[in-house]
Design a protein around this ligand. Sequence first.
Ligand SMILES: Cc1cc2nc3c(=O)[nH]c(=O)nc-3n(C[C@H](O)[C@H](O)[C@H](O)COP(=O)(O)OP(=O)(O)OC[C@H]3O[C@@H](n4cnc5c(N)ncnc54)[C@H](O)[C@@H]3O)c2cc1C
Length: 387
Amino acid sequence: MVVVGGGPAGLAAAIALRQRGFRVMVVERGFPPIDKPCGEGVMPDGVAALSQLGVVCNGALPFRGIRFTESGDSVDGMFPRCYGLGMRRTLLHKSLVDRALETGIVLRWGESARLSGDFAVEIRCERLPCRWIVGADGRESLVRRRAGFSPPAKMPVRIGFRQHFRAAPWTDLVEVHWHDRGHAVVTPVAPDEICVSLLANDVRTRMAELLELYPDLMRRLAGAQISGTARGAVCSASKMSSVVRHRVALIGDAAGAMDAITGEGLALSFRQACALADAMADGRLENYEKAHRRFRRPSALMSRLMLTIGSHRRLRRRMLDALTTYPTVLSFALGVHSGLLPITAVPVGPAAGFLSRLLIGSSSKTQRRTSQMALDYTPKAIAPMRE
Ligand SMILES: Cc1cc2nc3c(=O)[nH]c(=O)nc-3n(C[C@H](O)[C@H](O)[C@H](O)COP(=O)(O)OP(=O)(O)OC[C@H]3O[C@@H](n4cnc5c(N)ncnc54)[C@H](O)[C@@H]3O)c2cc1C
């Protein structure tokens, strides 16, 4: 079994396959630990999948929910009895590599893999013998193209940046700051460090311009030292009609990327990894295809909803107002979004109230609301338990 791409999806797939007894080799053109522009938050379903894979992320910081905020108004939604993990992308990568080595996976760094016409993986002049090929080579997947998959349906292109700041997190929530031109996501990644990722709808936007759109965030960061280098990437969501063809299966961004607004890219990759390994162990790759579609659906829906609401100021104001009035709706929505709760779990009364307030609006002004828990919070690094 050869996995092309040693990013989070490729390593997770390799570990899951190894756990089911396959002999696995990962070919990656970069060198560890691999960094990338990312919001650096792993949602609770991803934390559960990491635990299933036996991956321990020592030093990661838990977050208990999501805060939506704009112009001083904010609303908090807590995950239902679970938590996400914030951590530097390099820490996540290192943790996955450590686990891969522990399980006996062969890792080949600094090698660019190609797929030949007869479905063999080649590195320079070497042909790698394999029964199955996993394409985990990211958004611009070469495996996807060479294996003859239909090209992904592309969504609007956006630009994303990431910068770390040396500052103690002021909350144990991931903050999403809204603006007409995009959004900013603040993730606590260590007891003395936060990650700010900035997404803009206009790809010509520069990072310095973006930070200034969020004066509340700028005030929080006043005096905080920048740590590490900023990274940026053009990014777009994409959707695949199929993720399995002959002996090739796609995973992670290669199998269709989510818009960064969902914060689900990593979690989906980890869940896909477990489903792919199960399907391969049963010799029924069609089960992976089905699972892939099932996992993706709630995030795709949430992504469309967030992007639509996010690009209309009036809708954003109404959403904040409606969520402030019906705060349980946000917690349930987060549970459904990350696949932890079925959509039928959302209570009908509050959901109907929320929708009517969102669509029709209300005459009363949105309340200013700050979480007490956030003020009392002392950050502490923990690691997920191994099962
Ligand atoms: C701005 C931004 C913010 C984001 N924020 C979040 C977030 O907060 N939470 C979240 O869950 N997700 C987030 N995401 C999404 C997340 O980063 C991706 O979903 C995730 O990186 C997908 O992992 P992957 O392994 O599929 O792809 P990648 O991380 O792109 O890895 C692919 C790997 O394949 C290698 N490769 C490519 N071609 C070859 C080849 N021919 N041979 C060998 N190796 C090859 C590459 O070097 C690379 O290492 C964000 C994305 C962006 C752009």
